[in-house]
Design a protein. Structure first.
Length: 280
């Protein structure tokens, strides 16, 4: 069962969620939630009972030192926190691990929590492995429960068909519950899939800015993204086959990039620039 801590009445709250595991290539999506929790000093308000959804032989609990001397156990579960932004907006952050079982019950419990908190808008974040060159902007595809919302956000439609993770199941449940839902997916280069992937996290974070219409402090993420790209460049230079493969991906990407898409990207960056200069 969800255990809710006391919190003030929320005003038009938005839920932003990500799950570790299959939906989280390079830990790019969960990295966004971690960044927002730290940046906005989010307060924990709830967590799900892990016994209901996790096989502990598959997703094992972790032993940690809590104060340098005392050993404690952290159980795999889904945790919920809340932050009130300087402009008065309320944001609920959900940081979970993809459950091992009872996915439909899991989603029903989360939908019940959203209803209790009177959440009507949901942003789901994911990351997948793709044939994307690390030297180009990270593609972010997405889907929205309402076509007009997708157009407003300039979402490149996701055309994936096949097996899905908990993010896809939760998105379906949110849509059926008449919640305005947006899912955003970053494409992580499959040849550098090991976490972290700060460039993909940064790309998702900027799209979250668009959806929430707020300026989010980026901290060290831009520098980390540049360092990540430079590091991959150095690795590619040491392997001629990898370097040639990256050049092929670059050519394919450049050949399919539409001028109007580039114009939309420039417009979005300018809007972000204005938002950062004048948060009001």
């Amino acid at each position: 069962m969800v255990e809710l801590e006391s919190l003030p009445e929320l005003v038009d709250p938005v839920l932003v969620a990500a799950f570790e595991g299959w939906n989280d290539a390079g830990e790019a999506a969960s990295g966004v939630i971690s960044h927002l929790e730290a940046t906005w000093e989010a307060v924990p308000i709830a967590e799900l009972d892990p016994d209901d959804y996790y096989d502990f032989q598959v997703t094992r609990p972790i032993v940690e030192m809590t104060d340098g001397e005392t050993r404690g156990i952290t159980w795999p579960t889904t945790r919920v926190s809340w932050a009130r932004l300087p402009d008065g907006k309320d944001v609920v952050l959900l940081h979970g691990i993809e459950p091992n079982m009872r996915w439909r019950s899991f989603c029903r419990e989360l939908i019940g929590l959203m209803m209790e908190l009177e959440i009507r808008n949901v942003v789901l974040l994911g990351a997948l492995l793709a044939d994307a060159p690390h030297t180009r902007p990270v593609p972010v595809t997405g889907a929205a429960s309402e076509a007009g919302l997708a157009r407003t956000l300039h979402l490149e439609p996701a055309r994936y068909e096949g097996p899905t993770g908990i993010l896809g199941v939760l998105q379906d449940a949110c849509t059926k519950a008449d919640l305005d839902t947006v899912s955003l997916w970053a494409a992580v280069p499959h040849y550098v899939a090991q976490p972290p992937s700060p460039k993909a996290t940064l790309a998702l974070l900027r799209r979250v800015e668009d959806v929430l219409d707020v300026a989010i402090p980026l901290g060290e993420l831009p520098e980390e993204a540049r360092a990540w790209e430079n590091g991959v460049n150095e690795l590619a230079e040491e392997d001629s086959e990898v370097a040639e493969y990256v050049r092929t991906l670059e050519e394919q990407k450049d050949a399919t990039e539409l001028p109007e898409a580039s114009g939309d990207a420039i417009a979005r960056e300018f809007e972000r620039y204005l938002r950062r200069r004048d948060p009001g």
